[in-house]
Ligand binder design. Sequence first.
Ligand code: GLC
Length: 438
Amino acid sequence: MGKIAAPPTLSTSPILGLFFGLFLAAFASDAVAQKETSTTISVSCGSVGIEFQVCESGVRAWEAKTGHRVQLVSTPNDSNERLALYQQLLAAKSGDIDVFQIDVVWPGILSNHLIDLRDVVDQKVLDQHFKAIVTNDVVDDRLVAIPWFTDAGLFYYRKDLLEKHGRKLPETWQEMTETARFIQKAERDAGNDRMWGYVFQGRAYEGLTVNAVEWLDSFNAGTIVDLDGKITVNNPRAADALTLAASWINDITPQGVLNYSEEECRGVFQSGNAVFMRNWPYAWPLMNAKDSPVKDKVGVAPLPKGGEDGKPTSTLGGWQLAVSKYSKNPEFAKDLVRYLTSIEEQKRRAVVGGFNPTIDALYKDEDVLKANPFFGELYETFVNAVARPARATGVRYNQVSAEFWNAVHATLAGDGDAKTNLASLEKTLERVSRGGRW
Ligand code: GLC
């Protein structure tokens, strides 16, 4: 059993104090009641939609089982802001957070600060997870994180509006544009002047990289940098994809999308003011909650393809749990990771929160499928999602992504055309890559 440890004073930590938006969740019970033998550790959880509550209930169950206590740290919604926070903490070798929720694109960036988790789960258990995700969590032969949930971009559509206006589900981005424009106009003519055709994550942040990788790959235009580290982004098909996306702004998409992340999109779509939306699976249970204005009116499909020669593509997202090298209680932290990533907990999270398991067998689980019917129908979308170029670019991934999202954002905002912006992005990435060596 662990020794008594004073709860880390996160709220007074100078490093965390620096960071805007961070706050501590309340303790479940009074600190005085802490058992002599209990230890307090802390875990960072995302807070998009009901993510924080779902994390908290899992954590509370572990507390009840072990008698230890956990502080939950709510982190910024934009994943690159979360990364900046983590990097500050870890660079200072701070033990303020024991367990980190890390993005699928970060193992290479953070690996030096994370411990090897090979002894946390048996190989047999690890083998139940999607292999590609486990492989992604191995850096220099060390398992630096364990998969917690996976993500893939989905196309949400209003079934009722397609039916009302006699339109079929679009299969290409070009059809999507036309259908969105048609329904938007008809709905506006009928009095809903707040109706828009399509909303997506257009803010200058990691979510825009995700969306734009989907556009590019669906046009067979690659994924910025290929698996061998070659910069591929400056090509005519990529320019076509971005030119089409830029044409949406102020036509079928509000100008405000240039500052939308996941939750702003969900806000517009869920209040009934958009025909189509790109978002992650977490939006599904919220869309169908009792008080949702679009309850039972929403369908989910693969994202459209980039023309007849294109393909429907989703960017791979998702989150892992990792233990900090600076944790003072790594054994407890590992036990929490083991618990939270277990099949039972992944099932619970899928049922109550729509979080995609990383364990294949759960895609055949009746309760999981009842809560999320599209987990079965879109199984191929989840397993074939395309990766952002994080492996090839290693520690430089965030820089690459930031250059890319800025170039895309400028294009959407009408600041330079796609062709010019991609050409200058290529030059910048050449510098970032130090001549292809990354
Ligand atoms: C989701 C994905 C994550 C991605 C982020 C971008 O949280 O799971 O991988 O980086 O969205 O907004």
